[in-house]
Every structure is written in structure tokens, then in C-alpha cells.
Write a protein that binds this ligand. Sequence first.
Ligand code: NDP
Ligand code: HSE
Length: 443
Amino acid sequence: MTTPATPAARALRVALLGCGTVGSQVARILLDDADNLAGRAGARLDLVGVAVRSLDAERDVELPDGLLTTDADALVADADIVIELMGGIEPAKSLILRAIAHGAAVVSGNKALLALDGPELYEQADAAGVQLSYEAAVAGAIPILRPIRDSLSGDRITRVLGIVNGTTNYILDQMDSTGAQFDDALQAAQHLGYAEADPTADIEGHDAAAKAAILASLSFHTRFALEDVSCEGITSVTADDIAAAAEDGYVIKLLAIAELLTDATGAEGIGVRVHPTLLPRTHPLAAVHGAFNAVFVEAENAGELMFYGQGAGGTPTASAVLGDVVSAARRRVLGGPGRTETTTSQVPALGIDAVRTSYCIALQVVDEPGVLARIAQIFAANGVSIETMRQRIRQDGPDGATTAELRIVTHRAVEASLAATVRQVAELEVITAVSSVLRVEGI
Ligand code: NDP
Ligand code: HSE
């Protein structure tokens, strides 16, 4: 039997790539909490260098002289554990591959890289027998990947629903609680430092899509890439959509959803999608406010589980990074890398057309006899069943004529049937506009 080395007897060389929002907090904790970490890891975690772009930039951590370097290559070549917190695709990817080739365990928070090139990195890590872990890449501080990978590995996950982007949750929450318009809520998010100066990756859903690909891969034991994720951001959600949803008892959230589905032939596959979604206010995810994240997991035996916490920020995210570092150190001390993911299932990725969900469709219609019947007929012809229909009359048509807004919530229907329904309804001359089509979960 292998006896773990005592902290004093063993030291591991830890290289940190990046000293920004997250990296600076990881460095601080490695330095300030060294004794505790050594006790938990079974070895001292010696920070041997911190790679950055500029040696002169101000840092949120005071580092001992000589630790900062611009030579990331040299650092990676001589470390037991490499922590990549630079972000971006290159040079992060090449540095990770080099670290793996040198036999170092790698910890990263880089969801963009993992969603794009994860399969290549996992294969290289498996081939080299080293551990590649990335708890921080999805939902910041929330321990979600390890529970899915390890704690639920004896169960069968059927669905994962997540609020995994803090910026968009903050924006939608502001619009819901204050009636703010999208642009004002976005500005507030930027002011508070949640959104980037260029917030495209957040508001267009790309950041959430990268996280959805990672969640789906681990939950369904199959590698899913960014291109397997159907993605819609929140830029078209209006204050009117939010207010109308509120009147009906719903809240709008940007959800990342990965679920087991059957296609038209009855074959199983996985649908992975990100889009604004109506949730009843009673759903646990509806209570996730501000920039917080939460992931709701449904498994055959465990039932429903929810994980909640801070999805971003230097110190919270550093907590997840250090959990991975300690885990990598323990495995190094005890021997054996442990598996970072399994890909034994190989179920196909199904497109958004195979998704079955409920929908809320807002229509502006001419207020005259027979209109409802014609609309209902199209829904029926496409096999889309209506759950509720609400009509609001307005005196705002041309020449003071009345128009009506119809809000129709459907039972679960196949996306392709709903799309055909909306297309055909939009062609009716009594329809003046299809103002919104939003998916509804949790009813
Ligand atoms: P920052 O932009 O704050 O920091 C990036 C750091 O990497 C900087 O220190 C920068 O150096 C360094 N760096 C960038 N490019 C290079 C390069 N080519 N060579 C050497 N050093 C380089 O990023 P964050 O800390 O916010 O994010 C880091 C990673 O963590 C990203 O992958 C991000 O997606 C992920 N993440 C971030 C979260 C957050 O809340 N911020 C939450 C969850 C994950 P310099 O300082 O000199 O410019
Ligand atoms: N931009 C991301 C967010 C940061 O708003 O959640 C964490 O990945």
C-alpha cells in the first residue's frame, strides 16, 4: 500500500499562467494558505512562477520578487501542476499541450478553449496519463462538474438546466425587478464589472453555450462541441416580454439545457441548447437573482438536485481552481491520474428540431370574428396543443380600430411543429405581428 508523503517530505512545483482577476486570487491563496493546503494535498504546493504579458502592470496580489515572468514556456516545462488562467485560445492551448507532454497535471478555467478544443486536450491528457481538470470553467465557484462526473457516476442523468452566465442573469433580473430596458440593464452590468467591455460572448449566449457543451459532455458521457449547441442570446428580449411574462406568473431566464431526447424514429440522443426561457416563478431556478448561477440536475435515481452559488469573480472562482489543484496534488502523491471524463456512451447530438418543450407565443391580431378559430385550427393541424390563451384588447389600430394581443402558451410540442405553426400563423392576413416566441420550461 502506498503511504502518502507528509507535507514536509514532499513538495510539488506549481506554475501559474495568468495573474488577472482569477489568477491573482489563486496566487494569493497559494501563498497565504500554504500550510493548510499542504495538509490537505499531502505535499507542499510551491508556487514557482507566474506567467503574465506585462511585468509592470498593477496586480491585486503582492508576489515575492522574481516570481513574475513573461516566459510561460520555461515555466510549463518544469512544473508538476500547471494552472492555466490566461483565457483565450492561444497561447493557452499550446501551453496546456506542452504541460501535458511534460507530464504535468493541468487545471484550467478556460471554458472557451475547452468547448472548442476540449476533445484534443482530453485525449492528450489521457494518452499521457495526466489529470486535466476544469471545475472553474462552469459556474465559477459552484462545485458542479465533480458532482456530475464522480458523485452521479452511478446514476443516469436525464436533464441539466443551468443559469450559467451571471451577466445575463443580472440583466434579465434587473429588467424583471425594475422594469429596465435591455440597454440600461446591460450598462448597469458593465458598471458593476459583471459584463466585459465587449459583452458579446455573454449577451449572445456564447459563454453559456461553451459551458453547456462541457456540462452535456460530462453528464451524458459523450463529447459535445460548441457546434452541437443551439444558441440564442438575450438581445431580443424586451421589457414588454418581461412584463407580459410577469403578468402570467413567469420569469425569463437564459438557460443552458442538456437533455436526453428521442428523435422522430424513436432513437435516443442529446439536445443541447441555450436560449431565453420562461420559467414559472415557483420553479427553483426562478429564485436565482443578480449575477448568481445555479444548475438544476435531474437524474433517474437521485431525482432533482440543485447547485447554487457565485458563478464568477476572482475569489469565488479561485476556490474552484484550488479544489482542482489539491485533487491533482493528492493523486500525484498517491500515484495514478484518475479519469477526468468518460466517453463510453457516444450518443448522437440532436438538433433543436428534436426538442420538445412548451412555448409562449405573443401575436398582434385584428379584433374581428373568427380570428381565434383560424389560429387554433393551424395549431391543431400541426399537432400543437394549446394550454392557455389570453387576449388583451387595445384601441390602437389604424383609425381607432381595436387590435388584440394574444398570448398563447402551448403544451410540450416538437420544435419543428411549433416553427411550422408560427410560420403559417404569421401568414394569416389578420395577424399584424408575431411579437415573440419564447420557450417555457417547468410547467
Ligand atoms: P484576466 O483577463 O483578468 O487575466 C488574464 C491574465 O492572463 C492576465 O494576467 C494576463 O497578463 C495573462 N495573459 C493573457 N495572455 C497572456 C499571454 N499571451 N502570455 C502571458 N500571460 C497572458 O482573466 P480572468 O482572470 O478573468 O480569467 C482567466 C480565465 O478564467 C479565463 O479563461 C476565464 O474564462 C476563466 N474564468 C473567469 C472567471 C471570472 O470571474 N473572471 C470565472 C470563471 C472562469 P497581464 O496581466 O500581464 O495582461
Ligand atoms: N462572463 C461570465 C459570466 C463570467 O457573466 O458569468 C464567468 O464565466
